[in-house]
Design a protein around this ligand. Sequence first.
Ligand SMILES: C[S@@+](CC[C@H](N)C(=O)[O-])C[C@H]1O[C@@H](n2cnc3c(N)ncnc32)[C@H](O)[C@@H]1O
Length: 257
Amino acid sequence: MPKTFVQYSKVYDILYKDKDYDSECAFLRRIFKKYSRRPVNDVLDVACGTGNHILPLAKCGFSISAQDISCYMLKIAKYKAGKAKLNIKFSSGSRPMQDFRHDKKFDAVIAMFASVGYVTNHQDLKRAFVNIRNCLREGGVFTFDFWNKDAVKKYFLPHKEKVFIDGDSKVCRVSDTVLDNRNSLAKIKYLCTYFEGGKKKKAINELHRMKYYTQGELSQILEDSGFKVLDSFPFMRIGKIITGKDWNISIVATPKN
Ligand SMILES: C[S@@+](CC[C@H](N)C(=O)[O-])C[C@H]1O[C@@H](n2cnc3c(N)ncnc32)[C@H](O)[C@@H]1O
């Protein structure tokens, strides 16, 4: 299996410079308030990436623990947390969500930006959900988003090109996607060319494999893993109905008694 988020980690924050992580954190706080049956203090991010949710959440006063399968992404998150003097408890190295346990319990667990889609095997996803359920306190919440099968099948673009600029850094990203609808798997070949001060620094080549689901399929896996699904809606739009046009679906679940 090719490794992801290795070289890609170097350009990740340039690619997503304009993603509105602050609004996403405000949305997470709304979820904690509306769906958790206990006050949310301890939060675990099981796919923290470069730390773009956990940093603002830690700044708001949440007690944050964080992990990720990519030690390259983790290293960047740790550096950013250190620079901001935030006391976040990071896993010491790579920690796949399908293969971890915590002695500590949490009030909320998050896995943002379709991170669960990277767990492409059904048994592994179930193991990930069981691990997450096992480290949640009673009444706590697990929330994440995932790619909506209906939208992916209808609206995916086989070829995309985009340029991202941050100061004197520039990334030209070409993505070629093939859908394996039998297995609900998107295979995305990213080719990024990274420039600094006008000079080409690096060519980055990674194959990402992303699983997509219907809301019903994913809810069933959650239920089979000991969760009760509390709600689902288009990403960030609590209370709205999911349509075939919504690429990302948010879901909120709580451990079954
Ligand atoms: C699209 S990024 C999202 C990162 C971060 N949550 C964000 O919103 O910016 C997906 C992340 O999932 C991580 N990931 C992929 N497979 C994983 C797994 N099996 N367990 C834990 N993390 C995983 C990747 O390393 C990457 O950091």
